[in-house]
Design a protein around this ligand. Structure first.
Ligand code: CTP
Length: 402
């Protein structure tokens, strides 16, 4: 059963008065689906934008709005919620609420909890650009950072005024991802350092064209995210499609040459390397600095071999201590098991994850994968079709069961 950072966690979500309050409903839904118990607090201003009923329907729990509400035989909500919380999220957080927290002005339930709790706090500011850039707000944000409070965003985009600028609340997906990261610290991979590669490399032909493959990076991202959610320090070296992942060190690269360089530079102290990237085996011998014009009816492009990253690591593994475990992928269209076993031997791998790319439910650009995980000792786990996230967790189970 993979570690789920939000499962059975008590999250307090504070919503303050901004137009982004409607997005807090989406965030609530995500938190509930991830297994968290979510108690929502709406400030008076927030209730001008969204009603308690919305959140009650999503959480199946009472929504708090009043600091003076004291249920019979229960302690004051700000005391109980503050001590029970595993995480307090304030999204959206207005300039007003941020200022009150940094000045200890607890004149509503949300701020009273923010000041009373020992739980980690995650704040997603949302306001007009001038308010965000005002020295008062900036000093308050510096104070929050100094206190170890997590501040996410704001993003740049269309604001309530219609103007494009800095001040838009970070999207719920990203806030959710950051919440997972904050609560993952005690996962079963805490203290492990892992290096993951993702995506297909690109090899330039000229300023317009390049050679690449069908890899989207989904499998590598799933592997990185699963490790992050189980508490590991994760470095992700990824190509082209490169969204950031909270708590993951992302190194964007383009070509096999760059990927090789970054992998070698980041190997020190790594417990496991998972090479999920589809690395080009060949690149153009010469990259034209100008766009190549069409002339003859037949065009020949001379290609040279790229660096084989795993082969290079194998060649130096007898002298280097790291990585302790190396996992390769084998995307095959025929003789799956035979080819995968040959790659384990040739590249000195501890495990190989082999998949048959001719299947419609496996391989590139799908959300699922049908893989075999083969160990250097010949053990074979032939897994059924499952999501890439599920495959990712099984890979980590296998790697750290070693
Ligand atoms: N790989 C690598 N460096 C390369 C090519 C591949 O490190 N230049 C890694 C991939 O990331 C993968 C494993 O080697 O983890 C197997 O990749 P694959 O493309 O299946 O095999 P190749 O070794 O390239 O052999 P072939 O293309 O002939 O099947």
């Amino acid at each position: 059963m993979p570690f789920k950072p939000l499962q059975n966690k008590h999250v307090i979500l504070g919503v303050t008065g901004g137009i982004a309050a409607y997005k807090s409903a989406m965030l609530t839904s995500q938190l509930v689906r991830a297994g968290a118990t979510v108690d929502v607090i709406l400030t008076e201003a927030a209730q001008r934008f969204i009603t308690p009923l919305t959140f009650q329907a999503l959480t199946h729990r009472r929504v708090y709005t009043d600091i003076f509400y004291l249920p019979p035989n229960e302690s004051a909500p700000h005391v109980a919620l503050a001590s029970e919380a595993d995480l307090l999220i304030i999204a959206p957080a207005t300039a007003n609420t941020i200022a009150k927290i940094t000045n200890g002005l607890s004149d509503n339930l949300l701020i009273a909890i923010a000041i009373a709790t020992d739980a980690p706090v995650l704040i997603a500011p949302a306001m007009e650009t001038h308010m965000w850039q005002h020295p008062a707000t900036q000093i308050n944000i510096t104070t929050l950072n100094k206190w170890g409070i997590n501040v996410i965003g704001p993003a740049t985009g269309r604001l309530a005024s219609g103007v494009i600028g800095e001040g838009r609340m970070t999207e719920p997906d990203e806030i959710f991802d950051t919440a997972c990261h904050i609560l993952s610290k005690h996962g079963d991979m805490a203290g492990k350092r892992v290096l993951v590669t993702a995506g297909g490399t690109r090899e330039d032909i000229d300023p317009v064209r390049y050679l690449t493959n069908h890899s989207t990076g989904r499998m590598g991202y799933a592997v990185a995210k699963a490790a992050r959610n189980r508490g590991a320090y994760v470095t992700l070296i990824s190509t082209a499609f490169c969204p950031t992942l909270a708590g993951v060190k992302l190194i964007p690269v383009t070509s096999a040459y760059e990927m090789n360089k970054e992998v070698l530079e980041n190997l020190m102290h790594v417990d496991a390397l998972i090479m999920a990237a589809a690395v080009a085996d060949y690149r153009p011998e010469h990259v034209s600095s100008h766009k190549i014009k069409k002339e003859a009816s037949l065009f020949m492009l001379a290609l040279e071999r790229t660096e084989d990253i795993l082969q290079g690591i194998y060649n130096q593994r007898h002298v280097a201590k790291w990585p302790k475990c190396v996992v390769g992928f084998a995307a095959e269209s025929e003789h799956l098991q035979e080819n995968a076993l040959a790659k384990i031997k040739k590249k000195g791998l501890d495990f190989i994850v082999a998949n048959d790319i001719t299947r419609h439910d496996s391989g590139f650009a799908t959300d699922t994968n049908k893989v075999m995980i083969i160990g250097a000792d010949g053990t074979i786990a032939d897994l059924p079709t499952m999501t890439k996230t599920e495959v990712a967790h099984i890979i980590w189970d296998v790697v750290f069961a070693k």
